[in-house]
Design a protein around this ligand. Structure first.
Ligand code: FAD
Length: 403
């Protein structure tokens, strides 16, 4: 009856602990989290929760697990205590409160942190990764004063949509001319930008931020084009970095995340797994090891590792490669990936019918991914057919039938 210690109590960590019990693991399970309070889910922090009334029940909605369930499942939850070191030879995790926890099996699920903002005038610049961050940003948006969002990715644009909801004038800045193309491909990116513009968001794409000065309520954001934007609040969403600082010197291989083998076993020590946003694993379909920063992957990897520990597994981890984003009332979904050297086929006119699917083909012409807007039926079809390895022409034909 091995003692499983899980470090990081968010989606990946919590789902691992629950999964171990569901799958019949009878040994001790300890879940260690740096944040206080019950584990919670992050996607709503830039969506429903950000524009909610912030009542206790709105916050309860984002909790991943109830205290009673942790107790029922005999999961020993140590919240508000960060792990600060790992000794893989002695199989010990060192905690910030000075204590040590021994393990038989360790699961690293420390996720990622917002990539630090290079601009820090002292106050008024926010980042969004935690519940506390979201609460503070919501407080600022409620003032209905001008907001500058730095970063035109999913999180930045979701925050912009929330700012509009609150009634704030908002400008999104990104040095990339078409930042959303990175995420959804150029076919859909233009329509998404149009959606934001129609909702009153202003954009400065192709313009980098040179500096931010002033303080909360009175910020001056200087752009590479020479323009200055006045804002009450700035929110910087420029990506995330894996939370691996506590693993320095542990002997694990760290390279943009905890490097694992195809079974998600950390390279460099026995009986250590890494999952979720912190893990970088050799994805079967890609040339390079990948670190995903997606909700579905974190949950899938948690289930995979819980199974491996509780029952053993012979198969390598296979990713479902699924991502979504909500922008106003649009649902953007993606499965698989987009090969920058490949081509794409568009099915359905988004402007005309309000829905579309874009099928991505890789450089060899094989279907490798699909992005849909407001068209879950097409997504589900394509997902099944991609998994079955059907040719791109067949997938495109099937989606046309759905029009
Ligand atoms: P995390 O959620 O990062 O959790 C890691 C946990 O470990 C944290 O609680 C952290 O405090 C803790 N920790 C870190 N270091 C230590 C330590 N040394 N000791 C103890 N604990 C530690 N994905 C999507 O697919 N779709 C979306 O629409 C979407 N929206 C998002 C919106 C926002 C605002 C954010 C921030 C993320 C969003 N994501 C989305 C990404 C998704 O939330 C992540 O992929 C997911 O949370 C990863 O889970 P995780 O458990 O691996 O890591």
């Amino acid at each position: 009856d091995r003692h499983v210690v899980i470090v990081g109590a968010s989606l990946a960590g919590t789902r691992t602990a629950q999964g171990l019990r569901t799958l019949g693991h009878t040994g001790r399970v300890t879940l260690i989290g740096a944040e206080s309070g019950l584990p919670y889910d992050r996607p709503p922090l830039s969506k429903a929760l950000l524009t909610s009334d912030w009542t206790p029940s709105a916050i309860d909605e984002v909790r991943l697990v109830a205290a009673t369930e942790l107790e029922d499942l005999a999961i020993e939850y140590r919240s508000g205590t960060a792990a600060i070191g790992l000794d893989t030879a002695a199989k010990l995790v060192r905690l910030a409160d000075g204590s040590e926890v021994g393990y038989d099996v360790l699961v690293i699920a420390t996720g990622a942190a917002a990539r630090p903002s290079p601009w820090d005038p002292g106050s008024g610049v926010h980042q969004l990764r935690t519940l506390d961050d979201a609460r503070m940003i919501a407080g600022r948006l409620a003032l209905k004063e001008p907001v500058v969002v730095v970063g035109g990715g999913f999180i930045g644009t979701e925050i912009a949509a929330a700012a509009v909801h609150y009634g704030c004038p908002v400008v999104v800045v990104d040095p990339v001319p078409e930042p959303m193309a990175r995420l959804v491909g150029p076919e859909i990116a233009g329509s998404l930008v149009g959606l934001h513009l129609r909702n009153g968001v202003q954009t400065r794409f192709g313009a980098g931020v040179v500096g931010i000065e002033g303080r909360a309520g009175d910020l001056r954001v200087e752009l590479s084009t020479g323009e200055h934007l006045e804002a009450s609040t700035a929110v910087v969403g420029i990506g995330s970095v894996p939370a691996t600082a506590w693993l320095a010197g542990s002997g694990l291989t760290l390279d943009n995340g905890v490097v694992t083998d195809e079974f998600l076993r950390a390279v460099g020590a026995a009986d250590v797994y890494a999952i979720g946003d912190v893990a970088r694993w050799p994805h079967a379909g890609r040339a390079q090891a990948v670190r995903a920063e997606h909700w579905t992957n974190a949950g899938d990897q948690a289930r995979y590792v819980a199974t491996a520990i509780a029952r053993g597994t012979a198969a390598a981890y296979a990713s479902s490669d699924y991502v979504w984003s909500d922008q106003y009332d649009w649902k953007v979904n993606a499965v698989g990936w987009r090969d920058p050297r490949g081509t794409s086929v568009v099915v359905g006119d988004l402007e005309e019918s309000g829905r579309t699917a874009v099928v991505h083909l890789d450089a060899e012409g094989a279907a490798c991914g699909v992005v849909t807007v407001n068209w879950v039926r097409a997504l589900n079809q394509a997902r099944r057919r991609l998994l079955a390895g059907e040719p791109g022409t067949v997938i495109v034909g099937a989606l046309r039938q759905l029009l």
